[in-house]
Design a protein around this ligand. Structure first.
Ligand code: PMP
Length: 461
């Protein structure tokens, strides 16, 4: 059996890692100097590293381990499925039990008439599917000129050529020739950084109206879809003003364009409901899912589409598919994960008990002298770091300098909290207990104190 038990010291593993492993979204030379933190095992909300440290995972891995680490039921479902049927495809008029059952379950859970699923192995792949799906939909309906897809700056929809184009990360567009044609971006509803003198309400309306302006600029007859995360995640957990989504809903309905809700982070309980669309009150035609679908135990994603989209697409042949679309082992694990989330009342507990508890504690971080606002929906939250709350000021340094300092202090205090620019974000496993929430907040406060001292010493205030 391939030997995965570690017998090597951390420094040796770090050197090997630097020598042979290219990391996503990482400056290779910097990492080579510093050495990666090597995670060896995990249980519940706690990670263990190769030095034996126990670290509270405030990010659920990468926003995905909703059920927490170490669930034997998921291991057992994978083992059972591997023995029975480790692989078969879903191309060319074949199917298998796990894909059928998972599609049925997702159709039950998804709101409205979202009742068909096209499977993928990741959020990026699912969003690539969506680009082709919405354009093919309009072609099949006799409106092939409807190709434009509108998205938002600072959105994250994946790293493939298509999904990276949909996303609004300028640093990604700058590498490798993105975006592909006919993708357009409007501004994000980030009041803290971009609201200026406007009230949150007016700003929310103004940012939603940018969608209408863009539709009119492009010509409504040329627009296929608008894609957005109900709550932007990787952009820094940007909770939109309450006025934003109702206005966006009005606009997409008025112009008859498809709405794609990217639920890769928001889905499966993250916001206190099964889907973020329910939390923000929208009725998408397509939802992108991944991450929490299997709690990250195996890679799986998909596009959950309305009966209208499915029937139009189903009227012809959709020349699209992945070898692993509906992979039986990943589907079996996802199905078991959804059973546990449901039967153990985990989503309900986030909505009614631990979510409100976390909200109260997390919002108290706004009392810290270096924190301007603390915003949280369910179990995804962010705080804005600032040297001057009243002015919503930025630090005397490139955006992200103080955020990075703070993240490093969190790491040193055995808490995983991520920074996006100068926002610190959390997205813990949904099974986090009240005691663990207390520990998370205490460690965050201590890390903020330490980062503030360091930022002041470095003249960044
Ligand atoms: N959409 C959103 C909203 C995401 O947050 C992510 C991943 N962070 C993706 C899509 C891409 O998913 P994946 O990394 O599984 O390709």
């Amino acid at each position: 059996m391939a030997q995965l038990t570690n017998t090597r010291p951390t420094a040796e593993l770090q050197a090997l890692d630097a020598a042979h492993h290219m990391h996503p979204f990482t400056h290779g030379a910097e990492l080579g100097q510093k050495g990666a933190r090597i995670i060896t095992s995990a249980d519940g909300c706690w990670l263990t590293d190769s030095e034996g440290n126990r670290i509270l995972d405030g990010m659920a891995g990468l926003w995905c381990v909703n059920i927490g680490y170490g669930r034997q039921e998921l291991v057992d479902s994978a083992t059972r499925q591997m023995s029975e049927l480790p692989f078969y495809n879903t191309f060319f008029q074949t199917s298998h039990l796990p894909a059928i059952q998972l599609a049925e379950r997702l159709a039950q859970l998804a709101p409205g008439d979202l009742d068909h699923v096209f499977f993928a192995s990741s959020g990026s792949e699912a969003n690539d599917t969506n680009i082709r799906l919405v354009r093919t939909y309009w072609e099949m309906k006799g409106e092939p000129q409807r190709r434009a897809i509108i998205s938002r700056w600072n959105a994250y929809h994946g790293s493939s050529v298509g999904s990276g184009s949909l996303g609004g990360m300028k640093g990604m567009h700058a590498q490798g020739g993105l975006p592909i044609p006919d993708i357009h971006h409007i501004d994000q509803p980030n009041w803290w950084s971009e609201g200026g003198e406007m009230s949150e309400h007016d700003f929310g309306i103004a940012r939603a109206r940018q969608l209408e302006e863009k539709i009119l600029e492009l010509g409504p007859e040329n627009v296929a879809a608008f894609i957005a995360e109900p709550v932007q995640g990787a952009g820094g957990v940007i909770v939109p003003p309450e006025s934003y989504w109702p206005e966006v809903s009005r606009i997409v309905k008025e112009y008859g364009i498809l709405l794609i809700a990217d639920e890769v982070i928001c889905g499966f309980g993250r916001t206190g409901n099964w889907f973020g669309s329910q939390t923000v009150g929208i009725e998408p035609d397509i939802m992108t899912v991944a991450k929490g679908l299997s709690s990250g135990y195996l890679p799986i994603g998909g596009s959950i589409v309305s009966s209208d989209v499915a029937s139009v697409i189903g009227g012809g042949e959709f020349n699209h598919g992945y070898t692993y679309s509906g992979h039986p082992v990943a589907a079996a694990v996802a199905l078991e994960n959804l059973r546990l989330l449901d039967e153990e009342g985990i989503v309900t507990r986030v909505r009614e008990e631990t979510g409100p508890y976390l909200k109260e504690k997390f919002e108290s971080l706004a009392e810290h002298p270096m924190v301007g606002e603390a915003k949280i929906v369910g179990m995804m939250g962010s705080i804005a770091l600032t040297p001057d709350k009243a002015r919503r000021a930025a630090f005397k340094a490139d955006a992200g300098t103080v955020g990075y300092l703070c993240r490093e202090r969190c790491f040193a205090n055995n808490l995983v909290m991520r920074h996006v620019g100068d926002r610190m974000i959390i997205s813990p496993p949904l099974v986090i207990s009240k005691e663990e929430i207390d520990a998370l907040i205490a460690r965050a406060w201590k890390s903020l104190d330490e980062a503030m001292v360091e930022a002041k010493e470095n003249g960044l205030f």
